[in-house]
Design a protein around this ligand. Structure first.
Ligand code: BTN
Length: 247
């Protein structure tokens, strides 16, 4: 670890780095910027109650603790944006074009290379804490779970990656964006997120409660909702989990 100078808690194995970080927050035992990094998770958690597959020592499994107390609770999607962009920035240096599948899956073509699980707590009108879990597939060459379309950086480039060096790069970019966010500068983050969106402006298939339909993404609302237009010109908005991409 070099320039980021943050407290890193390195664990050999843990249930889930997010659980560990949430526990630190609840016991007031972590300052802002603390990172929990593990080689292996016994019950790594994904979005929507899914599990997260990662072979021991192969990939980046980390949870970062922030206290974004100046951010209104309604603006919490900004955290998703800045984390997605930091991962994209690192990956684009390695492999070129990478996209963000709303709300915060990181994709290379049609394959998922990283997932993000953010768990926030709120105090009054504002955020209190944010535990940002990142699973980034680096060196794993075979995936066995039923996750639909995983890929690792090594599968794409043939090279091996040092987990701590990658973490350091992502943290540097994340904290730089976080400073901008704290100063109320959302425009840059909003624009970059939009321009990195998977299937932005493309007609594509989606599923809502088992019903398939065609639409195109036209934007992201203030609260992170997906804005779409259908073939009849009707505009709709969806919150996370209300709608699925058909890949
Ligand atoms: C997703 O389903 O896309 C989100 C996956 C998030 C996985 C990471 S791995 C580190 C952190 N700890 C967890 O238990 N989950 C997140």
């Amino acid at each position: 670890m070099k320039q980021t100078n943050k407290r890193i808690i390195l664990l050999n194995d843990v249930e889930s780095t997010n659980n560990y970080a949430n526990h630190l927050v609840l016991s007031n035992a972590a300052e802002e910027g603390t990172v929990v990094l593990a080689r292996f998770q016994k019950s790594g958690r994904g979005q929507a109650g899914n599990s997260w597959e990662s072979q021991s020592g192969m990939n980046l499994l980390a949870s970062i603790i922030l206290y974004p107390k100046l951010l209104q609770a309604g603006k919490q999607f900004q955290i998703s944006k800045l984390v997605s962009l930091s991962i994209v920035e690192f990956l684009e240096k390695e492999i070129g074009s990478v996209s963000i599948k709303w709300p915060n899956d990181i994709y290379v073509g049609e394959k998922k290379i990283a997932g993000i699980l953010i768990e926030n707590s709120i105090k009054g009108q504002n955020l209190f804490s944010s535990v940002i879990g990142i699973g980034l597939n680096l060196n794993q060459e075979k995936f066995v779970s039923d996750a639909p379309n995983p890929v690792s950086l090594k599968q794409l480039t043939g090279r091996n990656y040092d987990v701590e060096t990658v973490l350091d790069e992502i943290l540097t970019s994340l904290f730089a964006r976080y400073e901008k966010l704290k100063s109320g500068n959302f425009q840059e983050i909003d624009a970059a997120y939009l321009s990195g969106l998977f299937r932005m402006n493309e007609w594509a298939k989606f599923r809502k409660q088992n019903e398939l339909f065609e639409a195109r993404i036209i934007g992201i609302g203030e609260f992170g909702q997906l804005q779409q237009e259908d073939r009849n010109g009707k505009i709709s908005e969806f919150m996370f989990k209300e709608i699925e991409f058909v890949l």
